[in-house]
Write a new protein. Sequence first.
Length: 287
Amino acid sequence: MLLVNEGIEVMIETTIQMSKTSRQTSLYQPKQQGLRFPEIPTFTTPQEERKYRKEHLVAACREFARQGLDYGFAGHLTVRDPEHPHLYWTNPMAVHFAQVKISNLILVDHEGRVVKGEYAVNQAGFVLHAALHEKHPDIVAVCHAHTVFGTAFSALGTKIEPITQDAAAFYEDHVVIVEDAGKVAVEADAGHKVASVLKGSRAIIHQNHGIFTVSRHSIDAAAFWFTALERCCQQQLLIYSTGAKPKLIDAASSRYSREHVGSEYIGWLHFQPIYEYLTQSQPDLFD
Ligand SMILES: [Zn+2]
């Protein structure tokens, strides 16, 4: 993975396979030495990386709670196990996002069997998330919740338009899925249909259902881009509710913004102050 040292990018071999997107650097990384700035961690063992992924998965759940993205027992956040790629960690069924902690996470296989943990897995969550993880071995993390704006926006069956710099992050990088629109996905076939349409994109708007984000980098990036997509849905609905037609960002500028402020690395970076805030204000997430 890349570290920045006096402006020189240094490739450091790790035993952990990282996706190519995780090696992206950014203009946001300071060239000046000695300043505090989040660095992507390196791991020497799968155990270290598992601990990191679980802690950040819990923090992502807590952030979903903080933003009011819960809806009863709906909503699933998953992160692939670094050592056993056919297994993924997720939040337990019927536990509020605000009460997810390290000790109640569950480890689930692609057949929906809980192989570690005391709680059940949400059937609809398993169907969709397992299909995405199984069909796309490069995907590290998936987020989905039944949010107010994402779900409302999904009923339009349309894409996020490049109406703001933030929205440009999703330009040409999300799909609208109309398969099984509004039909709850509790059978494996439904998950496979959704997974087959995703291809290389980072987000799904599932018509009449809601939004999904995936990351080939980290649960941090998946979670941040989920909250960003929810905001984009809100903003687009807000603008169109005025009756005025927004001015769109042109294609070249949208792509430029996406490359600079919409990368996986930027998503990870956005999540770091959230992680710091949550771990200090809600230390029980480590229980
Ligand atoms: Zn759902």
